[in-house]
Design a protein around this ligand. Structure first.
Ligand SMILES: [Zn+2]
Length: 254
């Protein structure tokens, strides 16, 4: 009943622990030696609220990673936009009423023609109402795909969703995202050099890279080659939903 990629994860856990130790010893990235008291440095960005100097609770580093500093922490539900349905369904009801009124004004002959040819009556819509109707349907389809993918991931044994202490999602700016990826690239290169990770191996991140995970912890990694057929199918859905959520956060959030 072990999580997918158990063996690889054990190797990664050891390799990453060694990486953190080396980083701490060399003082790279402002890390201190394990056991040192937490460093109280000034908050990043005045009035940034939660973004005061914090440790990384996932790998135990005494400061947050470069790409995480100042980033707002949000829940998994919020990151995947799982509350968006409330507004979308309310809009749906309103739009459907308007669509009905619109179609009622179309001449009976035209309506009959459409029905006889099997053309949906919504094809009669024009202008802004047509756009709103199409957009609302598209958004609902995406919302439902995200909601279902996350629910299925929770119910499955694929272990795609993060567990404490790794279950931290952040809203990252493009710069923060780049920094987080840069740190992971370095760590990855180190792991590949040491043959602890196959070169170019596909890796699943439980907290998506765009949500600012700890780049130095194996808790966030699953080697993709180890997935069962069922988990691979679920991953296809969940990764599409992660991409959708990422795109939404890039364009201002939900
Ligand atoms: Zn960390």
């Amino acid at each position: 009943m072990s999580a997918p990629g158990g063996q690889e994860i054990n190797v990664l856990v050891k390799a990453l622990a060694a990486h953190i130790k080396r980083a701490a010893e060399s003082g790279a990235g402002g890390a201190t030696a394990p056991g040192d008291p937490p460093v109280q440095s000034a908050p990043v960005g005045a009035g940034a609220g939660k973004s005061t100097a914090e440790s990384c609770k996932v790998c135990g580093r005494s400061l947050l990673h470069d790409g995480q500093r100042g980033a707002k922490v949000i829940s998994e539900e919020d990151w995947y936009g799982l509350h968006e349905g409330d507004d979308l369904y309310a809009d749906r009801t309103k739009i459907e009423r308007e669509v009905k009124e619109f179609i009622a004004k179309v001449p009976e002959v035209t309506r009959q023609n459409h029905l006889e040819q099997g053309i949906p009556l919504t094809q009669l819509l024009t202008g802004p109402l047509r756009k709103r109707n199409d957009k609302n349907r598209e958004m609902i389809a995406k919302f439902e795909a995200r909601r279902d993918a996350v629910a299925q991931a929770k119910d499955s044994k694929c272990a795609f969703l993060p567990e404490p202490p790794n279950d931290i999602y952040r809203v990252l700016t493009r710069t923060q995202k780049k920094r987080n990826l840069a740190e992971w690239d370095l760590i990855r290169a180190e792991l590949e050099d040491a043959s602890e990770l196959s070169v170019g191996a596909s890796v699943i991140y439980r907290v998506p890279q765009s949500a600012g995970p700890c780049p130095a912890s194996a808790l966030n990694l699953i080697p993709e080659t180890k997935l069962s057929k069922k988990c691979a199918e679920l991953w296809t859905k969940l990764s599409a939903s992660q991409q959708d959520a990422e795109d939404r956060w890039d364009s201002g959030g939900f």
